[in-house]
Design a protein around this ligand. Sequence first.
Ligand code: GEK
Length: 243
Amino acid sequence: MTSSIDRIYRGHDVATEPFRFDEKVATVFNDMIRRSVPGYPLTLSMLAVLADTHARPGTRIYDLGCSLGAGLIAMAPAAKRHGTQLIGIDNSPAMLQRCRAMLAEAGIAAQLACADIRDIHMQRASMVVMNFTLQFIPPGERDALLRNIRCGLEPGGILVLSEKIEFPDPTEAAFQVEMHHAFKRMQGYSELEISRKRAALEHVLVPETRATHLDRLRAAGFARAHVWFQCFNFMSLVAVADG
Ligand code: GEK
């Protein structure tokens, strides 16, 4: 399946409506996320490593907000090797339809469901992945979701949580955001595209600080959490359920 170049915020007639994961976004998503999230390809490569070290026979790996299935594809060899079932969840029909086609093309067996990740019941998970998905859940609903994930994890199981983050220190915040925008400019996005996308994501993608994430994980019952990746204002951590 082909992926088009993201020109959504380029035209002169772009409406400034809130960002949605619709057909238009699904069509360009592969290009959009790679040119917008510094280090995204690395997070995928490391999902393969984390899956290979944590997948257990007869258990499940959930990818919450699986989009086009890039994470599922990255983890598929490890899942196959360890006899672990892959499950992908996304509430965007446009994303999931393309995800289905991508997995079929790659010959990967995964169970997919078009559902809200706040409504699903997880069980027997050795690994749960939220690669840049929690940031789209309203902050007041994040605690409950994290507790639900914790309950679905087997002892020793992990949550991989990747997020855009904020910084408590305004000087650091300004630096990290400026570097992110410089990254986007270098990827070919214009100043106008960057500011329009930023406006569209306001109140839709709500970043929090690293400390807020770590506190929430602790409160949800995770024994420990380790940040394994940070690039400017994007971070990924592994939270471990009690072994
Ligand atoms: C990747 N993990 O390529 N329920 C289910 N899905 C949701 C919900 C929800 N409540 N809210 C948002 N989504 C992927 C990238 S993108 C990140 C994840 C980004 C879905 C939404 O439809 C979209 O596909 C995904 O979460 C977020 O590694 O665009 O920055």
